[in-house]
Design a protein around this ligand. Structure first.
Ligand code: PRT
Length: 114
């Protein structure tokens, strides 16, 4: 488990990444990979998220921790692009996670069914 300082850094890193990703809206697809993704449309961005998730899963099953870290970074980046494309602020996701803190995942599952 990472120490609290690293944990804070990881949250800030994600927020910073979202700001960068958001700033690429309307940028030149020739000079920005993020802008290229936006220009391809929501379905293509969603497909990339799926592909990166599969790649991460495969590395986890293979037991390659370094490759899992790299693929996870790709997955988080593409997920951020998907959120920005959808106009979803990460704060909304952070709030969802915060609401679930201290609640058992099993209780959460029951609440979703009812
Ligand atoms: N974190 C990332 C990041 N992670 C992964 N990638 C890109 O995601 C792509 C994933 O590789 P793939 O092989 O799946 O995709 P590909 O074959 O290159 O392209 P596709 O045709 O399949 O889409 C690579 O081109 C990576 O460079 C990223 N591209 C950008 N960022 C961040 O976004 C910022 C802005 O980038 P630009 O928009 O390019 O300026 C950068 O400074 C980074 O902080």
């Amino acid at each position: 488990m990472a120490d609290p300082k690293t944990h804070k850094l990881s949250g800030e890193t994600l927020d910073r990444l979202y700001t960068i990703v958001l700033s690429r809206k309307g940028a030149d697809p020739e000079s920005s990979y993020t802008a290229k993704l936006y220009s391809r449309g929501t379905a293509k961005i969603a497909q990339k998220v799926g592909e990166e998730a599969v790649e991460a899963i495969l590395e986890a099953v293979r037991g390659d921790k370094a490759a899992l870290a790299a693929e996870s970074a790709d997955l988080l980046y593409h997920l951020m692009v998907l959120w920005a494309d959808a106009g979803l602020d990460p704060v909304v996701v952070w709030e969802k996670l915060a609401q679930r803190e201290g609640v058992s995942g099993l209780d959460e599952k029951k609440a979703r069914k009812s």
